[in-house]
Design a protein around this ligand. Structure first.
Ligand SMILES: O=P(O)(O)OC[C@H]1O[C@H](OP(=O)(O)OP(=O)(O)O)[C@H](O)[C@@H]1O
Ligand SMILES: O=C(O)c1cc(=O)[nH]c(=O)[nH]1
Length: 230
């Protein structure tokens, strides 16, 4: 496949269909979910459900490998974000025959106090690292992981995710990283919602909630009496 758009068209829609089958996408406007960023949101995409099916894991691995080829990447280490990026980083590292590492949200406060696990030397020693994330919403978790990789002397030009909400806020967060790290995802929110509509997965009420939420996702909770936590 020649472009990332080709990959998203080929793999993204199928991943969205599988997410519906696995009931990975939930709406709960009455009792909103709390996201990693603390925002209360009416939607949650639980990509961890993909882990339940060997064929879904293999499909995601194939899609990531296709993205690596299309983007012309030559990573020497595959890093997963803890926790949900780790299984997919593992299958990809196995497929590519590369070392695997993973990045905790912060260093341990005991043991060897590591934030990055899986290195046999103190740093990445300047090699190209490909970061694998399961989901990007604000981008805060991925960017923290990229910064940890950079601090450990890794180069990290790309972060690949299964799913992204495509918020401008995440682009903004990523744009602050130097050297540049570009996020790409196999599936984006608009495709997920298109497929959900086609499959009759979203009720009329659900569609209204999603449309209202999409106008101002980070103000939605406050407007409905659910302020940000933390
Ligand atoms: O883009 P962000 O706003 O940072 O949100 C996305 C992050 O949130 C989820 O992780 P979570 O913190 O729930 O932990 P987990 O990976 O252990 O499930 C998800 O797996 C991403 O890492
Ligand atoms: O931002 C998050 O924490 C988040 C959102 C979402 O839809 N799914 C998820 O696993 N995390």
């Amino acid at each position: 496949m020649r472009t990332l758009e080709d990959i998203q068209k080929h793999y993204g829609r199928e991943l969205a269909r599988r997410a519906m089958e696995l009931e990975a996408v939930r709406l709960s406007p009455e009792e909103p979910f709390t996201w990693a960023s603390g925002y209360r949101m009416p939607i949650y995409n639980d990509n961890r459900r993909f882990l339940a099916e060997a064929s879904a894991r293999a499909y995601i691995c194939e899609a990531f490998a296709a993205a690596v080829e299309t983007l012309g990447l030559h990573p020497r280490n595959i890093a997963g974000t803890a926790t949900a990026g780790i299984p997919h980083a593992t299958t990809l590292a196995d497929k590519l025959g590369l070392p695997l590492s993973y990045v905790r949200s912060q260093g341990k406060d005991h043991g060897m106090k590591q934030q990055i696990e899986g290195l046999t030397r103190p740093t990445y020693e300047g090699v190209e690292v490909l970061l694998i994330e399961d989901l990007i919403s604000t981008g805060g978790s991925s960017v923290a992981a990229v910064n940890a990789i950079l601090a450990a002397d890794g180069r990290c030009p790309v972060c690949l995710a299964i799913f992204s909400y495509g918020f401008p806020a995440s682009q903004e967060t990523f744009s602050q990283i130097r050297p540049v790290c570009t996020p790409y995802s196999l599936l984006e929110y608009d495709t997920l919602v298109d497929v959900a509509h086609e499959a009759g997965y979203v009720s009329e009420d659900g569609a209204r909630i999603l449309a209202d939420w999409r106008i101002d996702p980070f103000g939605w909770g406050e407007r409905h009496g659910f302020p940000k936590k933390g």
